[in-house]
Ligand binder design. Structure first.
Ligand code: FES
Length: 153
């Protein structure tokens, strides 16, 4: 029988009947909860597109098994803000037009939001270091950097 796991996702209690606890968290978020804002890029932990927060810490949802997130609190891009009430970093991404094709954007925003949560005034070097593992094939990095610095005020 599938194991029943309990997780908090974007502030709501969810349960997951998972036959394979090794299933990556991203498949459950996208397939079961239809939270398709978390994007699958490489699927190998190398691009950062799938980044979500687990108990406030950035984590790559393609590498974390659902079972490893049991009992913890997961935040996806949908839980960070809404179009009517965006997180300051989401608003800054729009202001700086920091999304190009947009595939890497949710991961960049989640990583940047985690940085701003631990350091409200990061410098350029801190932002670059935090986003170092996030790949963008369009070359949006300069705008992303400006967006995070804008959100830092
Ligand atoms: Fe998870 Fe690339 S999709 S790191």
């Amino acid at each position: 029988a599938p194991a029943l796991l309990f997780l908090t996702v974007n502030g709501a209690e969810r349960n997951a009947a998972i036959a394979d606890g090794d299933m990556p968290l991203i498949y459950w978020l996208r397939g079961e909860l239809e939270l398709t804002g978390t994007h699958l890029g490489c699927g190998k932990g190398e691009c950062g597109a799938c980044t979500v927060l687990i108990d406030g810490q950035p984590a790559r949802a393609c590498q974390i098994p659902v079972a490893a997130a049991a009992g913890r609190s997961v935040t996806t891009i949908e839980g960070l803000g809404t179009p009517l009430a965006p997180h300051p970093l989401q608003a800054a991404f729009i202001a700086e037009q920091a999304a190009q094709c947009g595939w890497c954007t949710p991961g960049m925003v989640m990583e940047g939001a985690a940085l701003l949560a631990r350091d409200a005034q990061p410098g350029r070097d801190e932002v670059k270091a935090a986003l170092d593992g996030h790949l963008c094939r369009c070359g949006s990095h300069h705008r992303v950097l400006r967006a995070v610095l804008r959100a830092a005020g």
